[in-house]
Design a protein around this ligand. Sequence first.
Ligand SMILES: [Zn+2]
Length: 156
Amino acid sequence: METEEYYREKIVLRYNEIYEKWYAGFSNIPKAEIILEINGVGNTGYLHSENKIIFRIPDGNLEDFEKNNFSHYPVLWETELLHEMLHGYQFKILTQASLEGKKFFKNYQVNESTPKLFKDVSGFSGNGHNELFYTAIANFYQQYINNIEEFIKHYI
Ligand SMILES: [Zn+2]
């Protein structure tokens, strides 16, 4: 049985790889602290005020940590990392929504009154999934797959 720190370091390594790409044009943007709670209660989330990503991983998903190369679709912890890093970028960098971000928000937000153009692509419930979040998605999704709906469904 590996230690919690073993798994946390895998997340930190992947975080650092993505950070180098996403923040290449910026200086002095602090990296988030990665906290891992195996069998923690609740969802994984990004705490903007403390700049922490708190992972809560059910024990049964630990084998996913041995498949961590985005070879097909990313595994759960990778999708959670990307999702929370999009929130980090949203809060640390973005002040204005892009046209594409606004369009994606309109199409893919969770909102029953919004006509769903693509029924099987659901957005994200809870706070923070606004036009700026979708602007972060618009900035980066093509680094992973050249299709916005596949990205929303399988990568975050
Ligand atoms: Zn979210």
